[in-house]
Design a protein around this ligand. Sequence first.
Ligand SMILES: [Zn+2]
Length: 494
Amino acid sequence: MSVPYTTIIGLEVHVQLSTATKLFCGCGTRFGGAPNTQTCPVCIGMPGVLPVMNGRAFELALRTALALNCEIAPYTKWDRKQYFYPDLPKGYQISQYDLPFSFDGWLAISDPKERFPAKKVGIIRAHLEEDAGKSMHDEATGRADSRIDLNRCGTPLLEIVSQPDLRSALEAKAYLTELKLLLEYLEVSDCNMQEGSLRVDANVNLHIDAPGERLAKTPIVEIKNMNSFRAVERAIAYEADRQYDLWRERQIELGQPGGHKTTRGWDDTAGVTRPQREKEESADYRYFPDPDLTPVTVTREQIAAVRDQLPEPPPALRARFEAQFGLTPYDCEVLVSSGKPMVAYFLELAGLIGDGKTAVNWVTQDLARTLNERQVPLAEFPIRPPALAELIQRVQAGEFNTSKAREVFEAMLAQDLSVADAIAKLGITRVDESELVALCEKLLADNPRIVADVKAGKLQAAGGFVGQAKKLNPNVNPARVRELCLELIAKMGS
Ligand SMILES: [Zn+2]
């Protein structure tokens, strides 16, 4: 049954850019340092200090904005966003207000299972800002004390704000998945959600559009504190239900008294959103241009130079692999979603064996499964493309079949062997053609019944030869045995 409303979702994604140092000082950005060891007078806001912009952060932000099809402002400035919070010792955050450095972009999303139509999700703006510190509330000791770690103060964030173009939790998840993949291909962020490198807030409300009734909009709720895509999906689904129930009870509309935007936090354990402090209106932040930082100008030449260096984005890769190697859309999707290192591995392998379809099967099945089982990154995987190519080429040359090749692959891994050594160890020897012909002739002589069936047109009966052949010689290539038996029977005449 369809629901009598449409869920309207806009996402704000904060991405920590992969710079070695912070946005306005030389402190390190490494995650997991002892509290307050990566700070200096600039990032903790001591009086009289002067911030200096990190050019690398700006470049990474520019690369992302261009890949998101954004317009780039030729002139952009920094603003102070004033608010008081214990983990923000300066009393303001350096951000961008009315002149973000990029705006009006889009990201295309689609669903391989076609549960929603492919669409372009608008990007309102992407702007740079510095992160705040972190409050650690320790209630376990019974003292309910709070400690502040300022290591994260001043870490560069790119805030990417989407238009409210998403219509379901599923679409929101697809947007986030595609955005994260793009950021990984661009190598602008490690996107590690556990470490807070990618954080998501969702703005959600409902358009109540029951047939024959006036369209009504529920007040917007900003959901914060979601640290996985699964949490985003669950939080949106929960919030849609909650807003609909509230609407039926109280009929409060967006913009009416009591219909202002509110902020709620997601409690992943309880599976509910809970009210948080009321959201400040932007006027409450008393934004004003930061007097310590000069505006940034970006030339057409700089934009062109960064654009030239952009890697092929995921949608282009999917399309290219389909056209160049004849892969199915599903295989392209799986391969590209596996990330840039896997794609590089695939390309090397496909080039060596001259066969993209076989390469994608090995990479997305055997290789991906093994990496998953062993929990190792691809960079540390011992079988490199040349070795895997050698193994596959031996299959192509008819030395053994794919299932034997998998045994060789396992032996190479388990004992760190070369292809040749693994083959020798498993006792796989190539059965030469005359030997194989002799074996097939014996099979035909021993099985007149099967021969008769095949002659009568029941070709599937030839499968009976294969099982027997394997017992006589485990090294035979089953496909070749079947082929050869059929040839010999054909030559026998009727
Ligand atoms: Zn610092």
